[in-house]
Design a protein. Structure first.
Length: 162
């Protein structure tokens, strides 16, 4: 297994893993981004995200991306610069091999290297293996906080009322 920074040529595989995650989370139709969006947004003049990819040599002796950790920087008024881990995805056939732990460690190393004071992410409450993994790693799952989002339709509806 090799973990490295992703590049534009990896975005087709990255998108495939994002779609696999959406299926796992029971929202296969929710992914609307394209490979072109990922290339534009991750590799332009001001990248909106960064990604580590985990690759292996498959049965055909070709390199295959089997996991990703996609992250971006945020700013906390209490802590300063932080990393938000948007997605840590491991192909189903590779779960339980230590690949997820290796990607997770890479994010923590990046945070240490960057001097951030917090790495944060969301996890679905029903994803018990992930919840247990994070708890066992020393992460705190905040029970008092709720994720708040407004989708595009909600934004439009809100603005129409102004």
């Amino acid at each position: 297994m090799n973990i490295r920074k992703g590049n534009p040529e990896d975005m087709k595989s990255v998108l495939g893993l994002i779609q696999e995650l959406a299926i796992f989370e029971k929202e296969p139709e929710a992914v609307v981004i394209t490979e072109e969006d990922l290339i534009r947004d991750g590799f332009g003049e001001k990248p909106l995200f960064h990604v580590f990819v985990a690759e292996i040599e498959n049965d055909q002796k070709q390199k295959e991306i089997v996991g990703i950790a996609l992250y971006y920087y945020r700013y906390s008024t209490w802590k300063g610069k932080t990393i938000h881990l948007e997605d840590l995805i491991v192909k189903e056939k590779m779960r339980g091999t230590g690949l997820g732990s290796a990607l997770y460690a890479e994010i923590m190393k990046q945070g240490k290297k960057d001097g951030v004071r917090r790495v944060e992410w969301n996890v679905l409450a029903w994803n018990t293996p992930a919840v247990n993994f994070y708890k066992n790693s020393g992460a705190k799952i905040l029970e008092d906080w709720q994720v708040v989002q407004m989708d595009e339709a909600g934004v439009n509806s809100f603005l129409e009322k102004l």
